[in-house]
Design a protein around this ligand. Structure first.
Ligand SMILES: NC(=O)c1ccc[n+]([C@@H]2O[C@H](COP(=O)([O-])OP(=O)(O)OC[C@H]3O[C@@H](n4cnc5c(N)ncnc54)[C@H](OP(=O)(O)O)[C@@H]3O)[C@@H](O)[C@H]2O)c1
Length: 321
């Protein structure tokens, strides 16, 4: 992962929207079992997912699995708190108080002694960078977390954290968790490039299928029970379905057919083609989805320069030089 010694599997498994909502303990057990048995070694979570229930489900599954704790990597993230707009002032953000309390509470819900990766889920302009970097380093020294990082921070914010860490001889952020998929490319392909080159940065990229859109499942409407059919995620539906994205997904389907691949496997393989992607975090509500998505590794060698150029032309999302 970036400049660290940690090894993450190319594909990993996360729980946003799904665990504690569409996915109960039984299904969570089966999905994590499939992932682990196929070599996935990183499970991603956050305090905010379903108000903490996502971590509780994952914690119970991990406890019942009795996998050797040294054989997998577990993460959580702090920032959004548990109660959404009902958070009290110190129940969110990146103050020393909320980072510390958030970490302790995530450990309890996950029934874990430590988190391998701990992310600042968003930047917090209200908290001085010194306070964030020091707090993360204290948690490192206490052994409660092993690596700290960021999610959806700008390149400038990540570099500010590194500058503070250098000034005090502390450990800077080792990884970032940005959205990356065929529609969202700028941060990974432009903004972060100097950081990859000069500082080193692991990336655990999210929504490789743009919440399922890039599987082609929404090409003919919104299937019942799918993510974009869930009432409380209406804001996500509006965002994901905006513009003419569906037409481009339909076109992309032709390339997938030529390669004898599913659209989902092609779209995930496309993410892995970028050498700066440490791991692509998959999401799934069905065992078949996970099985299909893991075939991305078979599609990766088929992504020749010619195919990549045709994909760029269809999508029209390649960031300008
Ligand atoms: N750091 C952040 O801010 C942030 C934000 C978002 C996500 N994440 C992390 O990234 C992980 C992955 O994100 P994501 O869940 O948005 O990933 P995604 O791959 O873009 O979407 C996954 C969803 O798409 C549908 N799907 C997946 N495979 C499919 C297939 N083969 N055919 C048809 N439908 C399929 C399923 O939803 P339905 O079956 O319900 O339709 C599944 O839950 C999350 O679990 C979380 O750990 C982080």
């Amino acid at each position: 992962m970036g400049k660290t010694g940690l090894q993450l599997s190319a594909l990993s498994f996360g729980s946003w929207v799904t665990f504690g909502n569409q996915v109960d303990d039984n299904l969570g057990d089966r999905l994590m079992g499939i992932a682990y048995d196929n070599g996935i070694n990183f499970f991603d979570n956050a305090e905010a997912y379903e108000g903490g229930r996502s971590e509780e489900v994952m914690g119970r599954v991990l406890k019942s699995k009795s996998w050797d704790r040294t054989s997998y990597v577990l993460s959580s993230k702090v920032f959004f708190g548990l109660h959404g707009k009902h958070n009290k002032p110190n129940q969110q953000g990146l103050s020393r108080k909320h980072i510390t309390e958030g970490c302790h509470q995530s450990l309890q819900r996950l029934q874990a002694d430590y988190l391998d990766l701990f992310f600042c889920h968003r930047p917090d302009p209200e908290t001085p960078m010194e306070e964030i970097v020091w707090t993360m380093n204290i948690l490192l020294q206490q052994g409660k977390i092993l690596y700290w990082g960021t999610s959806e921070w700008s390149g400038a914010e990540i570099m500010e954290a590194h500058a503070v860490a250098k000034e005090y001889k502390l450990v800077g952020p080792a990884m970032e968790q940005p959205q990356y998929n065929l529609f969202e490319r700028r941060k990974m392909e432009r903004d972060f490039v100097p950081i990859f080159r000069n500082t080193g940065l692991g990336t655990t990229i999210w929504s490789p299928l743009a919440s399922g859109l890039l599987s082609g499942k929404y090409n003919n409407g919104i299937p019942e029970g799918s993510r974009l059919s869930i009432d409380k995620y209406g804001w996500l539906r509006d965002r994901v379905m905006a513009g003419d994205k569906i037409n481009r997904v339909r076109e992309l389907g032709k390339i997938a057919s030529e390669l004898d691949a599913s659209l989902a496997a092609l779209s995930i393989a496309w993410c892995l083609h970028n050498p700066h992607v440490t791991t692509a975090i998959l999401g799934a509500t069905k065992e078949q989805q996970l099985a299909e998505n893991m075939k991305a590794l078979d599609v990766l060698p088929k992504l020749t320069p010619g195919i990549m150029e045709r994909i760029d032309n269809i999508m029209g999302t390649k960031p300008e030089e």
